[in-house]
Design a binder for this molecule. Sequence first.
Ligand code: ADP
Ligand code: MG
Length: 251
Amino acid sequence: MNVSKANSVAVRLDKVRFTYGDAAMRFDVECRAGAVTAVMGPSGSGKSTLLNLVAGFETPAAGRVLIGGEDVTGLPPAARPVSMVFQENNLFAHLDVRKNVGLGRSPSLRLDEADDMAIAEALWRTGLSGKEHRLPRELSGGERQRVALARVLVRNRPVLLLDEPFGSLGPALRSDMLELLLGLQAERRMTTLFVTHQPEDARRVADEVVFLEQGVVVAAGATDSFFADGAPEAFRRYIGSDFTKFARKPT
Ligand code: ADP
Ligand code: MG
């Protein structure tokens, strides 16, 4: 099951152009193979659009999307080597936990014994053993996001797109989820794009940061360089007066 680092793939948006009404976006950026890249920026700056372009939910007007060097621009979402987790509504309300996770193995839910073993292992890894037969409405918000992560595990795709996945959870739960994510990441080395508004979360899990403003990447680099003297000016402005707090080395 282990995907070694050697199998990790880079994600690249090559001169991608995309427009919603009068919001013109232009993405030219590469996310390193096997690394976690925090995608940050003000609301409306294009973070979700960037992820949707990688997932294939949106198609560029110009330019290419490359995954592991392969041009996937013309491929539908299902044909891309990608899993995505949103802030909410990741689950089908009428399917129990086992089936919601099982969708990551088989969209028709024809699950054989090997699938069931993979599902059981993923549920164990995400702390959901015993909850196989619950419906989403019988779970807490944190548990629902764990189910979404369990589905990511059984799908076993090399690219993981997370669009504010823990944004609606309280601080303690968010911290638990980040811990879980770090554990899964250490094992799978998925190339992960992680949209977050929380500087402390980016610091904790991301190797690199991509910072957007008005549909353009205005800064990109190692996370450490974003939380140190000489951090990109646009990022400092975004964080505001709290910058020194986040920039302080953890003790
Ligand atoms: P973010 O995720 O950073 O908040 P988005 O990618 O959602 O930003 O949005 C980028 C820009 O595209 C914004 O100006 C937003 O208003 C616009 N936009 C996003 N989704 C749509 C849509 N479905 N229809 C029209 N405009 C949209
Ligand atoms: Mg968004």
